[in-house]
Ligand binder design. Sequence first.
Ligand SMILES: C[S@@+](CC[C@H](N)C(=O)[O-])C[C@H]1O[C@@H](n2cnc3c(N)ncnc32)[C@H](O)[C@@H]1O
Length: 239
Amino acid sequence: MAEQPMIVHDPAGVRLATHPDYPVFKHVVPLPSISLMDSIGAATLENFFIVAEAWASVVSRFAPTGASVLDIGCGCGRTARLLLLRPDLTYLGFDVFKPAIEWAEAYLSPLSGGRFRFAHVDGHSAHYNPRGALASRDVVFPAADGRTDVAFAASLFTHLLEPDAEHYLAESARCLRRGGVLVASIHDEPPPGVRYAGREDRIDVERGYFVTLAGRAGFALREDLGALCGQTALAFERR
Ligand SMILES: C[S@@+](CC[C@H](N)C(=O)[O-])C[C@H]1O[C@@H](n2cnc3c(N)ncnc32)[C@H](O)[C@@H]1O
């Protein structure tokens, strides 16, 4: 069977506006445009909110009071918008899809009193940033060594080729303090006999192999969180 062509998210086609159907209320985080929701795979507002609540709950569970949080592949801040309700947290999100970062900087950061910031990294992704200047395996996370308490990657490893995933695990380990936690989701249904499979529009990895890759980067599995919004979520501790 012929392979399906890869859908490419074109930054030029994205509206840096709020959602057309809902007004913006003072002190309330606005909703992103439909094109931004499309860019993170949220086909409906219901899905957008369910995924947001699920990830914010899980991240909050692992984030001690005053935690510094790193959101790897943050998109337009779907999880960040609920983490904003925790006044003790500081947060840095980054992503290769520039419109999402521009939107989050414009609409979320101002509501955070300087605690939340969003950064663009120009890593190449055939699906999300085909004109990216850097190979993803050369991306340096915009965070200092050993200062992050909780890092999370919501549906990010589901889009990373194996060498990029290995590099992102190593960068996560560099940024986390000892004992810090990485929560990451994967699709874990590669074809039989294959450990790591797919293209940047959907990657599958054997759960055990992902734990091995994380182990090589300096992580121990702390908790298998099971199913989370159609993916499998794992919490690792930085050794
Ligand atoms: C399915 S979306 C999830 C976005 C966000 N985590 C959320 O839950 O709303 C996947 C995100 O990963 C980002 N992404 C893909 N490859 C990346 C890379 N190499 N580095 C950083 N972000 C990447 C995409 O631009 C996209 O925003």
